[in-house]
Design a protein around this ligand. Structure first.
Ligand SMILES: NC(=O)c1ccc[n+]([C@@H]2O[C@H](COP(=O)([O-])OP(=O)(O)OC[C@H]3O[C@@H](n4cnc5c(N)ncnc54)[C@H](OP(=O)(O)O)[C@@H]3O)[C@@H](O)[C@H]2O)c1
Length: 286
């Protein structure tokens, strides 16, 4: 299959780009200048930006499918160009002209916390709106709603230098998933796609609170010694008043700590294959 990818250099885009190229798909990625080395060598690269219609057109030219692995940058504000708002609208306009048959989109489970317990955050509103825009569009879409990724411990938001930084109380266990398992599920979904909209809840096989998961990760991560540190949530909220990055951190922590995640992953397991990596195995393999 000829697939165009936006976000191939991201933490969660990389494993998907690797999997798609390993499976023999022809992958073309739009990559910002200086990021060329972050995609698999067999991937075709268009150096450019999602802000530019011409770069999008070049990336999707000759493709049948598009996969979107985008994010709200932690330092950005609602008024900035947002890849999942303006970017997706540009992609859709060009995708229609190109005759794209299916669009896969990495959404999330926790953004469903929007509106619960009076919680409201522009970034979740934007991400929920992106799902609605894709679902209403004439091109069929595959929406992936994953739980929390194991990658957060060594590459993502839990990691602060040599520490795993947690805040507040994580009330509900999360079904942590590894990027490698998710990537296999994305590849299977694109291969199986039958022409109508579909949504998959993507969850791993074990559920832990953030505190339980951090302990497992730290005790099995051999690459370096990491320490778990806890910041009182009120302090994170206070810092959040000072910078967009801390504000992002406070909102995501509040949502993750309070989102009552239930297991809804059976359909994805049956259709796309069951995840295999446990958190212990993931930590040992890094
Ligand atoms: N972390 C989790 O546990 C979790 C769980 C469920 C869902 N998710 C969702 O997963 C998504 C992706 O996360 P991630 O950690 O992979 O994000 P990320 O590392 O920030 O990746 C974002 C990607 O988008 C690209 N991008 C941003 N602006 C662009 C532009 N103007 N033009 C072209 N490319 C642009 C980035 O390119 P550069 O490399 O050039 O910056 C990067 O490749 C997020 O939306 C998140 O909500 C995450």
């Amino acid at each position: 299959m000829k697939i165009a990818m936006f976000g191939a250099t991201g933490m969660l885009g990389k494993p998907v780009a690797e999997r798609l190229t390993t499976e023999g798909h022809t992958l073309t990625a739009l990559v910002r200048p200086g990021k060329e080395k972050h995609v698999p060598p067999s991937c075709n690269i268009v150096v450019g930006d999602l802000k530019n219609r011409k770069d999008i057109r070049e990336t999707i030219s000759g493709c049948e499918a598009i996969y979107l692995s985008l994010s709200v940058a932690q330092s950005s504000t609602e008024r900035d160009f947002q890849p999942e708002r303006e970017g997706i609208l540009l992609v859709l306009e060009e995708a229609v002209k190109e005759g794209i048959q299916v669009i896969g989109y990495l959404s999330s489970l926790v953004q469903q916390y929007q509106g619960m317990n009076g919680f409201s955050w522009w970034a979740f509103r934007l991400k929920n709106q992106a799902v609605e825009t894709l679902k209403k569009h004439s091109i069929p879409c595959i929406i992936f709603r994953p739980s929390t990724f194991m990658e957060n411990f060594d590459q993502g938001s839990y990691r602060q230098g040599g520490n795993i930084a947690l805040s507040g109380t994580s009330k509900h266990p999360m079904y942590f998933i590894a990027g490698r398992d998710y990537a296999r599920m994305v590849a299977n979904a694109l291969a199986k796609y039958k022409g109508s909209n579909v949504e998959y809840t993507i969850q791993g096989t074990e559920a832990f609170t953030a505190d339980e998961a951090a302990k497992i990760f730290v005790s099995h991560y051999k690459k370096e010694k990491m320490k778990i540190v806890k910041l009182p949530f009120w302090m994170l909220r206070l810092f959040g008043k000072l910078t967009p990055t801390f504000n992002y951190g406070a909102n995501i922590v509040e949502a993750l700590n309070n989102y009552p995640e239930h297991f809804e992953g059976t359909n994805a397991w049956e259709q796309l294959g069951k995840p295999v990596l446990t958190l212990k195995e993931y930590a040992e393999s890094r």
